[in-house]
Write a protein that binds this ligand. Structure first.
Ligand SMILES: Cc1cc2nc3c(=O)[nH]c(=O)nc-3n(C[C@H](O)[C@H](O)[C@H](O)COP(=O)(O)O)c2cc1C
Length: 265
């Protein structure tokens, strides 16, 4: 069930949401690699499945002109679909969806998580959903110019996309320099995770070698904070793995989301 890839420790540093794409189909060999990865993710029976649609994304994303969600040009997009009856589905969507995003980034493709501003009717034309399923998020997938377009720059500025909360702010009792390196690196990797409107709603606490992630209690819009936390959980594991520490997440209820228990070493 291993999903993590070693180079993702570097990949998370160069991943950023991209909203303007160039007019070019995904290379067939690259698409093959991406689909192979998706097949693996879909085989986990986690309640999450991913499907690539090789159609222009232009009719799919709503966006407000010149504002949040203005995405254009991509020749493909991926739908992150979840079984609404599955426990902890939001976290799982975040976790496996981010795996897709990082895999695409490692193949030099641009991406952007979109969970609210897409036209469900336009997507339903290409995706057959089971009655219990829902599309939780979509990402455009395609080639981007290295330099950001003017609208992308404006967008990033508007929501301070590249800013991350201080490590002391995302750790309930502050970031402790005496923690084991794998925990510190895990939290540093989580700090880089993307989140809806860049709100970074995760909070970490450390008890011995067990690390718990929970949501903050700041009330915001409809977007699921547990989905964001699922993304940060994958990032945490990437930092731990960089230090050769593997483990498992145990899902939790209420504002607690999950705790990471390292394997016996
Ligand atoms: C769950 C989720 C939903 C998002 N929804 C949107 C969206 O609807 N429109 C958009 O333009 N960006 C969306 N984003 C992208 C975030 O704004 C972006 O990840 C954040 O500002 C951090 O910037 P970065 O991804 O460049 O690091 C979403 C991100 C996440 C994780």
């Amino acid at each position: 069930m291993d999903i993590l890839e070693r180079d993702w420790y570097e990949i998370i540093k160069r991943r950023h949401s991209r909203r303007n794409y160039i007019n070019k189909q995904i290379d067939s060999k690259v698409l093959e690699k991406l689909n192979k990865f998706i097949k693996k993710v879909n085989s986990f029976n986690s309640g999450v499945r991913i499907k690539i649609v090789n159609e222009s994304c232009d009719g799919v994303f709503k966006g407000i002109i010149g504002s949040y969600g203005k995405i254009k040009g991509a020749k493909s997009y991926a739908c992150i679909i979840g079984n609404t009856n599955e426990n902890y589905i939001d976290e799982k969507i975040g976790y496996y969806g981010e795996a897709l995003i990082l895999k695409a980034t490692s193949l030099d493709l641009g991406t952007c998580w979109v969970s609210g501003t897409f036209k469900k009717e336009a997507v339903n034309e290409f995706i057959k959903l089971e009655p219990s399923e829902k599309i939780y998020a979509i990402t455009p997938i395609g080639y981007v110019k290295e330099d950001y377009s003017l609208t992308e720059k404006l967008m990033n500025k508007m929501i301070s996309s590249h800013k991350r909360k201080d490590l002391n702010k995302i750790c309930i009792e502050g970031f402790n320099s005496t923690w084991p390196k794998w925990i510190k690196d895990g939290i540093k990797c989580s700090q880089l995770a993307p989140s809806a409107i860049n709100r970074q709603p995760w909070l970490f606490s450390v008890d011995g070698s067990v690390v718990t992630v929970q949501t903050n209690n700041i009330k915001v819009n409809k977007y699921s904070k547990r989905l964001d936390c699922g993304i940060s959980m994958l990032h945490f594991e990437i930092g731990a793995l960089h230090n050769k520490v593997k483990g498992k997440w145990k899902h939790l209820d209420s504002s607690k989301v999950a705790k990471f228990i390292p394997n016996e070493r």
